[in-house]
Design a protein around this ligand. Structure first.
Ligand SMILES: [Ca+2]
Length: 480
């Protein structure tokens, strides 16, 4: 029995020595070993003193071995712990990483918040702008509507005026017809009167102009009895003064009313030009040897300027069928149709050697001229007889046949015809019997006219006796 106990003790020792020497229980064994005799080392390293136990029953070897001590730390535990530790370390690292990532996320979040705030303010700003735009557009549409209304109003007014104009035009045409009929009637009555006085032997009508021009100005197929109308078809009462100057058919802008220069008076327009004035317009003149001031139109745009205009026709706005006194003193509007007056023309032209320029314009806007190398009038005692030099120009010479003739008006017959040429030609002129030109006649619209007498503004060499010119000017300038 003793042998069995020993062997079991030896086996237990071997088991402990295998497990390691650090355990306190093992140390206890060591201390016991150290106390064991040296000669026993060959048999067993440790001597176990075990209490003797009386074995009464059979000894059974347990197949499962002794129950493990729960408090004992094994190498496996350590490795487990190490593993756990490393696992925790990894987790810590992981958490660290996650914490870092979270930190970045927080920063990003802050940035995003800031950006969001900025975006919000930007959106607010844009919204305000949008509101502003909407308001502005609404205003614009209101303004547009107002403008449309105004356009509509103006259009209505325009239509109203157009219809009124048409009405007036019709009335005018009616009146013109009446005037024409009355003219014919008056002529017939006059003829009857003359017969009544036993003067049937006298020719009632002066010979017609025999000149048949080679070419009548174009646009000549319009026969008309419409008299005293301007090219805009506006009618003016005969002899009345217009409130505003009409557009100049010869391209000269009319001056503003009352813009007479402070300079002067000048002896003529040539002197005005020499004084440095280059604008055509009204100037104050005073002929040498005369104490009378004259308002005259100076033409400075034509042929170096310096022309004194003494006669002008352009729109039929002034009645030229006047008496001697009127033709002597002058009439009309200086910035429109006018006659400067025989006395003034006489006084101006006797100051030196003057030449005459007659400018004619037809109804297609073509201008021609007739220039006479010298010009002056004889005094009133000689009936303001016309004195002309030689002709040059492209209008043809229709005035030389009037050279040396005194002036005739309705109330002062000095012409070579048995009757009064002024009566038939309805103007005042240096009539012969009666003549090749009638620049103070009746202003007809459209060119070719139809009348009992040749009373239009004609220049026989240019258009014949039945072509009334659109505009005419007569002007003088000292000979160069
Ligand atoms: Ca006569």
């Amino acid at each position: 029995m003793r042998g069995v106990t020993w062997c079991m003790g030896t086996m237990l020792y071997l088991c402990i020595s295998l497990l390691g020497k650090s355990h306190s229980g093992t140390e206890l064994l060591h201390s016991r070993q150290r106390r064991a005799p040296a000669d026993d080392s060959k048999k067993c390293s440790y001597t176990f003193l075990m209490p003797q136990q009386k074995i009464t029953g059979p000894i059974c070897a347990s197949a499962t071995g002794p129950e493990p001590d729960k408090d004992r730390v094994t190498r496996m535990d350590i490795s487990d712990v190490r593993e756990i530790l490393s696992k925790q370390r990894r987790e810590i690292e992981m958490l660290q990483l996650v914490a870092d990532v979270d930190g970045n996320l927080v920063n990003e979040m802050k940035l995003l918040r800031k950006e969001s705030r900025n975006m919000n303010s930007r959106v607010t700003q844009l919204y305000m702008q949008l509101l502003h735009e909407i308001i502005r557009k609404r205003d614009n549409s209101l303004e547009l509507a107002q403008l449309e209304n105004r356009v509509l109003n103006v259009t209505t007014e325009m239509l109203r005026l157009a219809s009124r104009y048409k009405e007036l035009e019709m009335r005018f045409a009616g009146l013109a017809g009446t005037v024409n009929n009355q003219s014919v009637l008056i002529a017939a009555l006059e003829e009857r009167c003359l017969r009544g006085y036993g003067r049937q032997d006298l020719p009632a009508v002066p010979p017609l102009v025999q000149v048949v021009p080679e070419s009548i100005p174009a646009n000549n197929n319009r026969f008309t009895n419409e008299i005293q109308r301007d090219n805009n078809n506006r009618a003016f009462p005969r002899g009345s003064r217009m409130d505003t100057p009409t557009p100049d058919p010869l391209g000269i802008p009319p001056p503003p009313q009352g813009t007479l220069t402070a300079d002067g008076p000048f002896k003529d327009c040539s002197q005005v030009r020499q004084a440095g004035h280059s604008t055509s317009g009204m100037y104050l003149l005073k002929a040498e040897g005369s104490d009378r001031l004259i308002q005259a139109w100076c033409e400075h745009k034509l042929d170096n300027g310096g022309w004194t205009v003494f006669q002008r026709r352009k729109d039929g706005s002034v009645n030229f069928f006047r008496n001697w006194e009127n033709y002597k003193k002058g009439f009309g509007n200086i910035d429109g149709e006018h006659w400067l007056g025989l006395e003034n023309i006489y006084n101006l032209a006797k100051q030196g050697d003057y030449k005459l320029l007659v400018e004619l314009e037809d109804w297609v806007g073509k201008k021609v001229y007739a220039e006479y190398s010298s010009f002056h009038l004889e005094p009133e005692s000689e009936g303001f007889r016309l004195r002309l030099g030689t002709y040059q120009g492209n209008a043809g010479d229709s005035l030389t046949s009037h050279n040396g003739k005194p002036f005739t008006t309705l109330d002062r017959d000095k012409d070579a015809f048995t009757g009064n040429c002024a009566h038939f030609h309805k103007g005042g002129w240096w009539y012969n019997a009666c003549g090749q030109t009638n620049l103070n006649g009746v202003w007809y619209s459209g060119g070719v006219y139809r009348s009992k007498f040749q009373d239009g503004i004609f220049w026989a060499e240019y258009g014949g006796g039945y072509y009334s010119l659109k505009s005419v000017r007569m002007m003088i300038r000292p000979i160069d």
